[in-house]
Design a binder for this molecule. Structure first.
Ligand code: KIV
Ligand code: ZN
Length: 526
């Protein structure tokens, strides 16, 4: 232990920039689409956590994405706000426009540099790609001094070509060079080695920060990112809970805690407040409807639970026998009882503020407070997670949704067939429906489908207790698919059958919303 401390103190620490992409790459996970107000809530939490750069979205993707980037640019003051833009003039102009209100802004532009992407996706020669990259960086520099350039599919690109593109884009004004492992193909030794070699070989590499952006297709996103850091990368792109395209991005919480816990190995430090890791993870899980697996590092429910007798004995005698981090340091024990039946409106609002949640209007706070009192009548102890779930319930009830649940009655008994009777409001008209099912939840969904006939397929149904205890709010996620489009609906209630019906209706409403979005990895003309 002593030796570790000495080597740590000898090491001069450099700043590691944390670039969070939960709202951009994270949102590209099928079914993780978020509304503007949800994105704002997450952005404010990331700012509170002291994330250096928040990639707020891909402004060109849709009007909704543009507005969300703009709203985040207006609201966030302590972090740099970034928009993605393909290497295309119109994309860059749109990103710049959305970012105009930001106190500090970054444009992140990219183009693919691997032979496979250039040949089949871009149908462009390496020379054309290089020219387009340089033109785009110059264009972005007209709007901000902070320009990031990414070589998409870098881990499958030719080394010499990457060196040429990097040198030219730095000369054109790029201040950050990102080397993404877009397909999650990289391996730590190889990927880290590439980062080190690029830094050594590119003549003007000292004029830019090198960045890593790793996908988790082989489960190596965090290992690859950290290997890059050891070889000189000073920015890591990552997402809360490892959210992201396909198998996800490197998990922010794992990067932060690896760098802190193994400070003897990593010559860097971040400015993040780790005590906000668990609350932020919860917020993202509840908004996206992507629950965190119990054995997930740092933020999984079992990450600090000591199940086996031997471990418990060891931990009680001396905590460090089995624990390398403290649960409190990542915010587990901020999950304390905060409020109860007798708590007043000011206490509720103050706790929400501590959680990074502010209300758009007095009416919204009133509505949340009414729901809080209802919940406190059913449930003695109100935790932070309950408060977060309540906001979601209120915001959903406020939005003019086509399908709404009015009432629900389910009968279920041993040896009998469960029956669900529901009253649903469709376009303002109440309709009654009833169905039997292979269980109460199945009966509910069948009854809803009898009147809605959505043509969707149920892909996932999951129930999560938000806090411990049988009186906990149950949070249900329902994933529906139709014609290749996937949505995740959520519902919370102390009654999990009601939560399930709400989640199903929420998914149906999301299926109806207009979300024609341009995917950033769709080619633009070169
Ligand atoms: O994975 C990737 O290559 C990306 C780029 C757009 C940076 O997300
Ligand atoms: Zn990515």
């Amino acid at each position: 232990m002593q030796a570790v401390k000495e080597s740590e103190s000898e090491m001069t620490k450099e700043h590691l920039i944390i670039f969070d992409t939960t709202l951009r790459d994270g949102e590209q996970s099928p079914g993780a689409a978020m509304t503007q107000s949800e994105k704002l809530r997450i952005a404010k939490m990331l700012e509170k956590m002291r994330v250096d750069i928040i990639e707020a979205g891909f402004a060109t993707s849709s009007v909704g994405d543009f507005e969300a980037v703009k709203a985040i640019a207006e609201a966030v003051k302590e972090s740099t706000v970034c928009s993605l833009a393909r290497a295309d003039e119109a994309d860059i102009e749109r990103a710049a426009e959305a970012l105009r209100p930001a106190r500090s802004s970054r444009i992140h532009t990219f183009i693919a540099t691997s032979p496979i992407h250039m040949t089949y996706k871009l149908k462009a020669s390496p020379e054309q790609v290089l020219e387009q990259a340089v033109r785009s960086v110059k264009k972005a520099r007209q709007y901000t001094d902070d320009v990031e350039f990414s070589l998409e599919d870098a881990s499958r690109s030719e080394f010499d070509f990457m060196c040429r593109v990097i040198e030219a884009t730095i000369n054109a004004g790029a201040t950050t060079i990102n080397v993404p492992d877009t397909t999650g193909y990289g391996e730590p030794g190889e990927y880290g080695g590439t980062i080190g070699r690029l830094i050594q070989t590119v003549p003007n590499s000292d004029k830019a920060i090198f960045s890593v952006h790793c996908h988790n297709d082989l489960g190596m996103a965090v290992a690859n990112s950290l290997a890059g850091v050891l070889q000189g990368a000073r920015q890591v792109e990552c997402a809360i809970n490892g959210l992201g395209e396909r198998a996800g991005n490197a998990a922010l919480e794992e990067i932060i805690m690896a760098v802190r816990t193994r400070a003897d190995i990593y010559p860097v430090e971040t400015r993040l407040d780790p005590t906000l890791i668990v609350p932020t993870s919860r917020l993202v899980a509840s908004i996206t409807g992507f629950p965190v697996q119990p054995n997930k590092a740092i933020v999984g429910a079992n990450a600090f639970a000591h199940e086996s007798g031997i471990h418990q004995d060891g931990v009680i005698k001396y905590r460090e026998t089995y624990e390398i981090m403290k649960a409190q340091d990542v915010g587990w024990h901020t999950n304390k009882l905060v409020l109860g039946k007798l708590s007043g409106r000011a206490a509720v609002r103050a706790r929400y503020e501590e959680l990074g949640i502010q209300f758009d209007s007095r009416e919204e706070l009133n509505e949340v407070f009414v729901r809080f009192k209802e919940l406190a009548d059913k449930k003695r102890e109100i935790f932070d997670e309950d408060l977060q779930a309540l906001v979601k319930v209120v915001q959903e009830s406020e939005s003019a949704e086509r399908y709404q649940l009015e009432s629900l009655e389910v009968t279920s008994k041993t040896g009998g067939t469960p029956v669900a009777q529901l009253r649903i409001i469709i376009d303002g008209q109440t309709q009654e429906t009833c169905a039997e099912g292979d269980g109460p939840v199945d009966a509910c969904f069948k009854a809803i489908e009898k009147v809605v006939a959505s043509g969707t397929t149920l892909q996932l149904y999951s129930v999560n207790a938000i806090t411990s205890g049988t009186d906990s709010l149950g949070e249900v996620t329902v994933r529906l698919e139709k014609g290749g489009r996937i949505v995740n609906g959520n519902g919370a209630d102390t009654d999990i059958i009601i939560a399930s019906a709400k989640a199903y209706m929420n998914a149906l409403n999301l299926m109806l919303s207009d979300v024609s979005k341009t995917h950033p990895q769709m080619a633009v003309g070169v």
